[in-house]
Design a protein around this ligand. Structure first.
Ligand code: HEC
Ligand code: HEC
Ligand code: HEC
Ligand code: HEC
Ligand code: HEC
Ligand code: HEC
Ligand code: HEC
Length: 317
């Protein structure tokens, strides 16, 4: 009896509090097999033009597309040539293809209803004013942070705050911690990020537990990820910006936006996180205690039903 009740309560609890979504795992697109025969491998087989000789060659690191990563990615259901020129079907590829122009996000997503919740206009406006767009107008693009072959979304795809932060920061670290990618864009030496942030008392801890954009980008209403990356000297450095009652994080990272369903983390996780920072707001406490009260009512109701049934059974038998 008690077990049943606990079980039921458990189910109620789970449906109330977990918004877990299945990770994407697209089936392999058949047509991509031809490209992945070479690009899905560390070593590929090249043929002479008459087809009579063959030799094994290493695929350069940047051109390897890990197949599991592609299948999990948002764009993993697309054909390679949805984005790349048809000419790539010929190998070896023509050198001119290196100058192919690539689509931008808005080419495919502007004005679509499903995409409204992402507030693309505000994102594009922010990006256009960012240090990256200004310093590297010709070579930087949305794709530099949104890897075309592995991109997953931080907020609608991740089920907890920590992994959303990890996904979000990976977009920056994938380049700022990657000497080759960095060098493709600038002659400046790449900064050592830990060194640049030693003034933060625990740089590793902070870089792992806050989004880079929370300190480096201008807060934008509407989007969860502000896109206007400011010059470094304008970044947040005051401890109390976060470690206080009116923490800036309350308006960005910890903001709940159920309507657009972007943040679906369990409230308890966010509460725990906010508590560590000394930034907990009553709203979270209210939600938690409100929910507990609701659970209690549900529990009592179930208890009542079982008690009545038990009595009835007893009378009959
Ligand atoms: C026979 C092997 C082979 C096949 C099949 C193949 N590629 Fe390639 N591809 C290569 C090699 C080799 C490179 C050059 C890698 C390097 O730069 O070292 C390359 C480079 C590329 C590049 C980068 C060009 C650049 O330098 O910027 C793209 C994009 C590309 N391939 C797309 C495709 C697509 C799309 C397909 C399928 C339609 C495909 N490839 C099929 C071997 C292949
Ligand atoms: C959603 C669009 C999209 C899809 C789908 C896509 N790519 Fe790409 N790919 C791009 C873009 C954009 C770039 C250039 C990235 C950049 O400029 O940083 C790129 C770059 C590449 C490169 C060169 C790597 C480099 O660093 O320059 C290769 C190789 C490649 N793609 C192969 C493929 C293969 C093979 C597939 C299919 C399995 C595929 N792509 C599917 C958009 C796409
Ligand atoms: C060639 C067209 C094309 C381009 C370019 C493109 N996308 Fe997509 N995107 C798609 C398609 C098609 C889907 C739906 C995929 C599916 O449902 O399997 C999608 C899905 C998405 C989703 C998931 C939407 C949802 O409702 O969950 C996001 C987020 C997204 N794209 C972001 C981007 C971003 C950011 C860029 C630029 C860096 C971009 N896309 C560029 C075609 C494109
Ligand atoms: C300097 C890096 C960077 C650039 C450049 C960038 N983004 Fe983002 N973007 C991010 C990060 C980090 C996130 C959060 C993690 C995620 O969901 O990928 C994000 C999230 C998003 C989302 C999901 C909604 C949200 O608010 O979290 C969309 C849509 C998007 N970006 C579109 C774009 C478009 C369109 C461009 C180009 C105009 C662009 N991004 C350029 C870093 C960047
Ligand atoms: C707590 C706020 C905070 C966080 C979190 C943070 N930064 Fe910073 N960052 C700063 C400040 C402030 C500076 C300026 C330091 C200085 O000039 O002494 C800086 C400096 C930098 C610089 C050096 C720019 C230059 O002067 O050359 C880079 C690059 C950078 N940050 C990237 C990142 C990345 C990537 C992340 C996420 C992994 C991140 N930051 C997280 C506040 C932050
Ligand atoms: C593909 C590479 C790449 C990615 C991804 C990237 N950056 Fe950068 N970033 C650069 C380069 C290159 C510079 C130096 C630009 C210049 O001034 O020449 C730079 C400069 C900066 C600066 C310093 C501007 C200044 O004042 O000197 C900051 C801060 C910064 N990036 C933060 C970020 C954050 C935060 C993200 C993720 C949201 C990110 N970057 C993603 C390549 C990248
Ligand atoms: C952008 C927001 C932000 C800023 C600015 C910031 N912190 Fe933090 N701080 C956090 C977050 C988030 C955590 C970790 C929460 C967790 O562990 O999940 C944290 C953790 C800490 C911890 C460890 C607490 C513990 O219980 O482990 C200390 C100590 C700390 N910060 C001190 C500082 C100091 C000193 C400064 C100023 C130099 C500072 N922080 C600036 C957000 C911030």
């Amino acid at each position: 009896m008690k077990r049943n009740l606990l079980f039921l309560l458990g189910i109620v609890f789970l449906t109330q509090f977990s918004f877990s979504q299945k990770p994407r795992n697209h089936p392999l697109v058949a047509e991509n097999g031809e490209c992945l025969r070479c690009h899905g491998q560390t070593v590929y087989t090249a043929h002479s033009t008459d087809g009579r000789k063959q030799t094994k060659r290493p695929m350069s690191q940047a051109c390897i597309i890990a197949i599991p990563g592609y299948q999990k990615a948002i764009h993993g259901s697309l054909k390679c040539i949805d984005c790349h020129a048809e000419g790539y079907k010929n190998t070896p590829h023509s050198p001119d293809l290196q100058f192919e122009s690539v689509y931008t996000c808005t080419d495919c997503h502007e004005g679509t209803k499903k995409f409204k919740r992402f507030h693309l206009d505000s994102i594009v406006a922010g990006y256009d004013k960012s240090v990256h767009a200004k310093a590297m107008a010709k070579t930087f693009s949305c794709w530099k942070c949104h890897n075309p072959h592995t991109y997953v979304n931080a907020f609608s795809d991740q089920t907890d705050l920590k992994s959303a932060i990890t996904v979000s920061n990976a977009a920056c670290l994938d380049c700022h911690n990657n000497a080759v990618k960095y060098k493709l864009l600038t002659n400046k030496p790449a900064d050592n990020l830990i060194k640049e942030h030693v003034w933060l008392k625990h740089p590793e801890l902070h870089l792992k537990n806050i989004r880079c954009v929370d300190c480096h980008a201008k807060l934008a209403s509407g989007t969860f990820t502000p896109h206007e990356i400011l010059p470094a000297q304008d970044a947040i450095r005051k401890c109390t910006a976060c470690h206080s009652q009116n923490s800036i994080l309350a308006n960005s990272l910890l903001k709940s936006d159920k309507k657009s369903d972007l943040l679906g983390f369990s409230n308890s996780k966010s509460l725990e996180y906010a508590f560590i920072m000394g930034a907990n707001r009553n709203i979270w406490l209210n939600i938690i205690s409100g929910s507990l009260f609701a659970l209690l009512l549900v529990g009592l109701f179930i208890h009542l039903i079982f008690t009545l049934r038990y009595r009835k059974l007893h009378k009959n038998g």
